[in-house]
Design a protein around this ligand. Sequence first.
Ligand code: FAD
Length: 431
Amino acid sequence: MSISRRDFNKLLVSGVAGSAFGLFGMSGNTFAAGGSKKHVVVVGGGFGGAATAKYLRKLDPSISVTLIEQKLSYITCPFSNWVLGGLKTMKDITHTYTALRTKHGVNVIADRVVSIDAAKGTLKLAGGRVIGYDRLVVSPGIDFKYDAIPGYSQKIAESKIPHAWQAGPQTVLLHRQLQTMKNGGAVLICPPDNPFRCPPGPYERASLVAHYLKKHKPKSKVIILDAKEKFSKQGLFTKGWERLYPGMIEWHSSTGGGKVLGVDAKAMTVETDFGAIKGAVINIIPPQKAGKIAFDAGLTNEKGWCPVHPASFESTLHKGVHVIGDACIAGAMPKSGFAASSQGKVAAAAIINMLRGQEPAPPSLVNTCYSLIGPEYGISVAGVYEFAATGIIQIPGSGGLTPADASDDQLAQEAMFAEGWYTNISKDIWG
Ligand SMILES: Cc1cc2nc3c(=O)[nH]c(=O)nc-3n(C[C@H](O)[C@H](O)[C@H](O)COP(=O)(O)OP(=O)(O)OC[C@H]3O[C@@H](n4cnc5c(N)ncnc54)[C@H](O)[C@@H]3O)c2cc1C
């Protein structure tokens, strides 16, 4: 029995997907009945990898699934801006792998994958073990092009000028810097050019930093020095800033003085075409590329991202290896946690079909990104995607944006929906 597009669409849209899984999990129909157990290994326990591991087991419990994650728990980037704004704590955004292990039968290994041999179907862990697989899923997230910004480095990011674009110790550092800076100082936020993880993220960050400053350091400012000429949900953000934080947030486009030419960590300045700007706190978000293991395994192209077949997310460079999430090139889909989890479910269904010698069903993919501008002021963008000859495209007319003339009630509702989204997706992936 294969997983059809119709069945799979049911799975994606169903809030009670568990009932649909029985359909795929009937033991008499699983390919392993009477045969040897197939083994799928997943690298990375973030939005993409953890979703894939869980859904592989849900869709076909006869498959043995191993998830290899280098960290003991996972801290989400979604809602990390809320931590900076004082609306959530680090504990609120930290998830463990206990449920994947105990409820869903995923074999979770806490280790780092150091190499992949796609020809042999094996990978090696930092701890020395070599593990074989029938199919491999790689969801390593992103890495940073520190060299693109003169004066910046990983060391400076970890000690003085955090990017906080992978939630964790740098989120804590940036939060502490905001709390200890003087009233009247400027917070510089420097977003990169496209493509990068979470296109609306820097602007949500500017909003929630402004929310914190308005309350605690009202003479301070947020200055955004952007590598772009425009940004995601720009009209909605700008309107929100004018309403909630008048005069507090300045945005400079790349040609309007926003282009970052270099950083001086000692002087705490950012060099631009219009001269040096001093920050009490500086948040450089460097240009990005696929996570390191994708490079080491030869899964990346000349641009530093991983090309994949859109129906299965199988790498075009190595057979038997699927790449999902921020690291892959997914056409019109943005690099978001929701997109990564949606791709994980598509990859899980495709892998099951491929292990049974069947074609993957044409996928349906979804994404919604909520952004908070203030505690009762949310906005969102949503899209539904499908596979076309040119790759993954957004279905014309699907999804949409928060209306420009949304009422206060609608904006407050969006903020509430954002909380609901976070609770549900966290439970869906790690619960
Ligand atoms: C500030 C901010 C806010 C955001 N807000 C939202 C939001 O509201 N909604 C949304 O949908 N998205 C949001 N995102 C984007 C979202 O965080 C990413 O798109 C998502 O995390 C991508 O999932 P992933 O699985 O590709 O990578 P990740 O979630 O980064 O997971 C990768 C995992 O792989 C592990 N790993 C890497 N290499 C190895 C290795 N060699 N061995 C073992 N383990 C390894 C890492 O430790 C990590 O746990 C936000 C991002 C930021 C920065």
